[in-house]
Design a protein around this ligand. Structure first.
Ligand code: BES
Ligand code: MN
Ligand code: ZN
Length: 504
């Protein structure tokens, strides 16, 4: 079954018709402020680049032979007022060796060109796809171009990036451009929510954003407030929320893309939505606390993913469940030594109030387990230990089902999201045994902390094929990179959408 013939719908804060496919006429008829060309190493004399080189009287081959650009990944070189064309400038963006060009490279390359151009106002920017690219590759390039022009400007009077008035793609199928624009809406939505200040985005306001997005995409939404969480025995979520003046929420979203309304979900998406993580009474030092608005990135990714899946009208039943809390130190804050009875009935000793994410997820995982999904994925900025293990750019994978993990990993890699699996040996279970209750919320000592956290989560999935994605590193870029101003990255939105679409 294909969604190719159904109309698709943008849902982020984009304007309609700002990203379009443009049928190719003649190169010298294209009018734009900038014309972006993707260049492979040694590729100046092939394909469309050769045509443009000819139209400009050989300007590209001259610049390549001068060594100004070689085609290496993410080199970005403008050529102002190129002769023979009606464009203000050409932008050459390197994408590396021809054999190694993949969707992830094109996403970052397009974002790099866009970010560069978005430093000024541009009425129209034209991107040229390559006839050799697959549809999925074109989609990712289109998405990257739409993500790269959005900066971290939510609170800046003097914006650093301005979205193009219009982006057009030549040499690209209309559907690929539409799909790419929708995928970008998903990524940009997650980024915006992550970048919002924690006093603006807290459990209540996150649910308002979720309700608005659900309305635009036709996703069903159910919101559990404090009272409902109480009735549902979600005592782990409630415990974490106790130190905050903001009440917790559980957001449940449903996309029914296939089959009867009461069919079990094919996939349950679970997100950690800690809108600010002070550490609670196990208070974080100031430096580690500074970026802790990012701690709802898993939740933002799952909201964005299900919205994108719905906007693309993908034929699968998906449920997303996001646990929203603020982890604070108020007078009622949960304490070290507290024993919590989670929704599943498992009792948990609190040894560290900064290990709050796994407590929130314990209850959310139990809620989705009750819906009998065929598969579960959770995404969470769960542990600093995962960043120690894998660095800032790679997400950690943990699973109870290798086949499911392989599928998710393949989807992530297909769109250039870097992931690496860590082991789940039974020995790690020893470390989370409780002194006086069933389990405790930290391991013995800090070694292997990403794995003991995953082992804790495993207790709540009831044997359903499950993968946990620790995005503590890739969710947030503390420094700018050629393709982003930094801040929330939208980590795992593209991976999950790709997973639900299945291999091309
Ligand atoms: N939200 C943090 C994890 C985190 C750290 C995310 C750095 C992004 C960047 C999480 O709630 C946390 O505080 N984890 C503790 C666990 C520890 C107390 C067992 C950690 O990683 O130190
Ligand atoms: Mn924490
Ligand atoms: Zn946290």
């Amino acid at each position: 079954m294909s969604s190719e013939f159904l109309p698709v719908q943008r849902f982020s804060d984009s304007r309609p018709a700002d990203i379009l496919a443009e049928p190719i006429t003649r190169l010298d008829a294209i009018e734009a402020d900038a014309f972006v060309l993707f260049l492979t190493v040694g590729g100046a004399r092939t394909g469309v680049i050769a045509d443009i080189d000819k139209a400009t009287g050989g300007i590209i081959t001259r610049i390549v032979s001068s060594g100004e650009i070689t085609g290496k990944r993410y080199e970005c070189v403008p050529i102002l007022a190129p002769p023979g064309l009606k464009v203000g400038q050409l932008i050459l963006i390197g994408i590396g060796n021809r054999e190694e060009v993949d969707a992830g490279t094109l996403y970052l390359a397009a974002a790099t060109a866009s970010r560069h151009l978005a430093a000024r106002r541009r009425a129209k920017v034209v991107f040229m796809a390559d006839g050799a690219w697959t549809t999925r590759q074109i989609e990712q390039a289109v998405a990257g171009a739409a993500v790269g022009m959005v900066g971290q400007d939510l609170y800046r009077a003097d914006k650093k990036r301005t979205r193009f008035g219009q982006t057009t793609w030549v040499n690209a199928p209309v559907e690929a451009v539409e799909h790419g624009a929708i995928i970008a809406d998903g990524v940009n939505l997650a980024r915006r929510l992550i970048n919002m200040a924690p006093d603006d985005l807290y459990p209540q306001t996150f649910t308002e954003e979720a309700a608005m997005i659900a309305g635009r995409t036709g996703v069903e939404i159910e919101i559990w407030d404090e009272e409902r969480l109480m009735r549902e025995h979600c005592h782990a979520i409630l415990a974490v929320a106790k130190g905050s003046s903001r009440a917790p929420r559980l957001v449940i979203l449903r996309h029914r893309g296939l089959g009867p309304a009461d069919a079990a979900p094919d996939i349950a998406l679970v997100g950690k939505g800690v809108t600010f993580d002070s550490g609670g009474l196990s208070l974080k030092p100031s430096d580690s606390m500074l970026t802790m608005k990012l701690d709802m990135s898993g939740g933002a990714a799952m909201l964005a993913a299900i919205a994108t899946i719905a906007a693309l009208k993908l034929p699968m039943n998906i449920v997303a469940a996001i646990g929203m809390v603020e982890n604070m130190t108020g007078p009622a804050a949960y304490k070290l030594g507290d024993v919590i009875t989670a929704r599943s009935g498992t009792t948990i000793e609190v040894h560290n109030t900064d290990a709050e994410g796994r407590l929130v997820l314990a209850d959310v995982l139990d809620v989705v387990r009750g819906l009998n999904p065929k598969h579960i994925i959770d995404a969470a900025t769960l542990t600093g230990a995962c960043v120690v293990a894998l660095g800032n750019d790679v997400a950690g994978l943990f699973t109870n089902n290798q086949e499911w993990c392989d599928k998710v990993a393949a989807a992530a890699r297909a769109v250039g999201e870097q992931v690496w699996q860590l082991p789940m040996y039974a020995e790690y279970d020893e470390q989370i045994k409780g002194e006086i209750a069933d389990i405790k919320n930290v391991g013995d000592g800090r070694w292997g902390g990403a794995i003991t956290a995953a082992k804790f989560l495993e207790r709540f999935v009831g044997g359903i094929p499950w993968i946990h994605i620790d995005i503590a590193g890739p969710a947030f870029a503390e420094k700018p990179k050629p393709w982003t101003d930094g801040g929330g990255t939208g980590s795992m939105v593209r991976a999950i959408v790709e997973l639900v679409r299945g291999p091309a």
